[in-house]
Design a binder for this molecule. Structure first.
Ligand SMILES: [Zn+2]
Length: 218
């Protein structure tokens, strides 16, 4: 019997099962879909669900921290060693990030958000000029399901967790969101625009998909 971690009922027409980056089993189903049919479907897919969920749980256990102190945080393509120590506020020094003993995790998040604002804003300005577009605003979120977004009013948001990726991947998300100013969809024209500025956009996108687990970090 498969244990489902989360059901998402919506207006969709078909049933689907997926495994999230930490190995949780997610079932998406149309509203009011009979449980019996869901169970039969899961039964049929049981072998696939179990093996994929196990592989992802094992990967997550390797990457996700058991404790903050000593953890090697992926950061802009390199690593920062986290050190919880008697400092007043978070500070970076020669490859280590020192965190205060009181609320180290919130100190870490605040430090990351400060870096994120500065870096993402400057990359957005850089690419805006190249692409000849203007967004209305740039802000930093704590989103866990997406790296970035562009609203109908051209307000761009990036999750601070994008800092766990190398700079090329950050640039990909920037170009992707800026391309949404002209194309509010993922049409062929949208991808043509992204590719025009970044011919290897699909391999960068694949990297981010493969590292979706980073969205679960802190
Ligand atoms: Zn998009």
């Amino acid at each position: 019997m498969i244990t489902v971690d989360e059901y998402r009922f919506s207006k969709r027409k078909t049933l689907a099962v997926s495994i999230d980056p930490v190995g949780r089993v997610i079932v998406r189903a149309p509203k009011g879909y009979p449980q019996k049919k869901i169970d039969d479907f899961l039964q049929k897919k049981a072998a696939w669900i179990e093996s994929h969920s196990r592989i992802k749980r094992e990967r997550a256990a390797d990457i996700l921290p058991s404790s903050l102190d000593g953890y090697l945080l992926p950061f802009l393509g390199g690593q920062l060693r986290l050190v919880v120590s008697p400092v007043k506020r978070a500070k970076e020094e020669s490859g280590a990030l020192y965190l205060p003993m009181v609320n180290p995790e919130s100190a870490l998040k605040n430090w990351l958000k400060r870096q994120a604002r500065e870096i993402f804003l400057s990359r957005t300005i850089y690419w805006q000029d190249k692409m000849g577009v203007r967004c209305r605003s740039v802000s930093v979120s704590s989103a866990k399901r997406r790296w970035g977004s562009c609203s109908g009013k051209d307000e761009i948001r990036y999750t601070y967790r994008l800092l766990y990726a190398p700079m090329e991947m950050i640039d990909y998300v920037v170009v992707h969101e800026l391309a949404h100013i002209r194309h509010k969809n993922h049409s062929a024209l949208f991808w043509k625009e992204v590719s025009a500025y970044m011919p290897d956009c699909f391999s960068r996108r694949a990297w981010l998909k493969k590292h979706a687990l980073y969205l679960e970090l802190f």
